[in-house]
Design a protein around this ligand. Structure first.
Ligand SMILES: *Cc1c(COP(=O)(O)O)cnc(C)c1O
Length: 357
């Protein structure tokens, strides 16, 4: 019989809703009737909390998920014959069913070159950005108009502020708008220990997909425009795309619960700490090759195939993410806001047994 583990390392969105988000959701439900479509007090509070977080007058919209946040914000930055530079592992490139092309009426993606399995693989460099954006400037190829940077990246690395500034300076020089895919925004923020403003508009970001689902919200991501002119008619775009929640406070109340009081930062710091604990526990096992020390909430490692099979037999679920190397499987082990130290230790013990078998 395969054992059942109450927690897994499949993804940070396998976790449930955080208590602070749930409490706010219940309060918002018990508070009687309220205007629909975002005209309610909870949505106002969530927007105010986001504005004060970024220390700036920003335009904020809520959509149901990260794919919509990315695709609709990039559609606002590009015309149909234009393109978005991204990395080959970018979520928009490999995990969003080309929603950018769909909602952007033909917008193309221009992946940068580079080895996705290199430690910094999921990070873009200014050189790679320039090469991808300028490879073709004739009218027979889509014209680069934006760049999308994922923070933290699909391989769990975190751009430093200097790296972000260098990339956005290159983007400006090339006439590109800058989008940040912040599905794991909080994990990157606590890893850098900087302010949300420093990691976004002060570093040259124009629009952010601000994720909270992977950090304890039940559903719903925010699109935050730092360049408010780019938000022109965004509400029509979102409504037409089926992304305007009628009972909006059920999406926004959890944000109030998580932002006011700072639970979102505590949850992200905890998830990051669990990833570090996991990496520390498995790094020295025979046959285990870590891609890099975890910088946020994921551990990426090549594991011997028999060890992976043994873990699966012991009921552990997780994904392969990196191409196989030297016959080993490139695995992704994600921690979440609620991952318990006991879960990490039990997994590490099973992996140790499997590696020594
Ligand atoms: C999870 C994730 C998203 C959002 O995915 P949805 O399933 O559409 O909510 C976006 N970008 C990255 C990097 C992600 O990991």
């Amino acid at each position: 019989m395969t054992p059942q583990h109450p927690q897994q390392f499949g993804s940070d969105n396998w976790a449930g809703t955080a208590p602070e988000a749930l409490a706010a959701l219940i309060d918002a439900s018990r508070a009687g009737h309220a205007p629909a479509y975002g005209g309610d007090a909870w949505t106002q509070r969530a927007c105010d909390a986001i504005r004060s977080l970024f220390d700036r007058e920003v335009e904020v919209y809520f959509v149901f998920n990260g794919t919509a946040a990315n695709a609709l914000s990039l559609a606002a930055l590009c015309r149909p014959y234009e393109a978005v530079v991204c990395t080959p592992l970018a979520h928009i490139a490999v995990d969003e069913c080309n929603a950018v092309g769909f909602f952007g009426h033909g917008i193309a993606l221009l992946p940068t070159a580079g080895d996705p399995a290199a430690p910094s693989g999921a990070k873009m460099t200014p050189t790679a950005l320039r090469a991808a954006a300028t490879a073709r400037t004739d009218l027979h190829a889509p014209r680069a108009a934006a760049v999308s940077l994922t923070q933290s990246t699909e391989l769990g690395s975190v751009y430093s502020l200097e790296e972000l500034q260098a990339l956005t300076a290159t983007a400006r020089e090339l006439g590109l708008k800058v989008h940040m895919d912040g599905a794991r925004f909080a994990n990157a923020l606590v890893a850098l220990g900087c302010t949300p403003a420093a990691m976004t508009w002060q570093a040259g970001i124009d629009v952010l997909s601000f994720g909270m689902t992977k950090n304890g919200a039940p559903a719903g991501e925010a699109v935050v425009f730092f360049d408010r002119a780019l938000a022109e008619a965004f509400e029509w775009r979102a409504k037409q795309a089926g992304q305007l929640a009628s009972k909006m406070r059920m999406v926004t109340a959890p944000w109030v619960g998580l932002l006011e009081g700072g639970a979102w930062l505590r949850h992200a710091a905890h998830a990051n700490a669990m990833a570090t604990r996991l990496a520390d526990a498995i790094a020295a096992l025979p046959g285990v090759d870590l891609l890099q020390r975890p910088q946020s909430d994921g551990v990426f490692a090549w594991l011997p195939r028999p060890a992976v099979e043994s873990l699966h037999e012991r009921g552990w679920l997780f994904h392969e993410m990196l191409p196989p190397r030297e016959g080993k499987m490139g695995c992704r082990l994600m921690c979440a806001w609620d991952t318990q130290a006991e879960t990490v230790d039990a997994f590490a013990a099973d992996l140790a047994t499997a590696c020594r078998a």
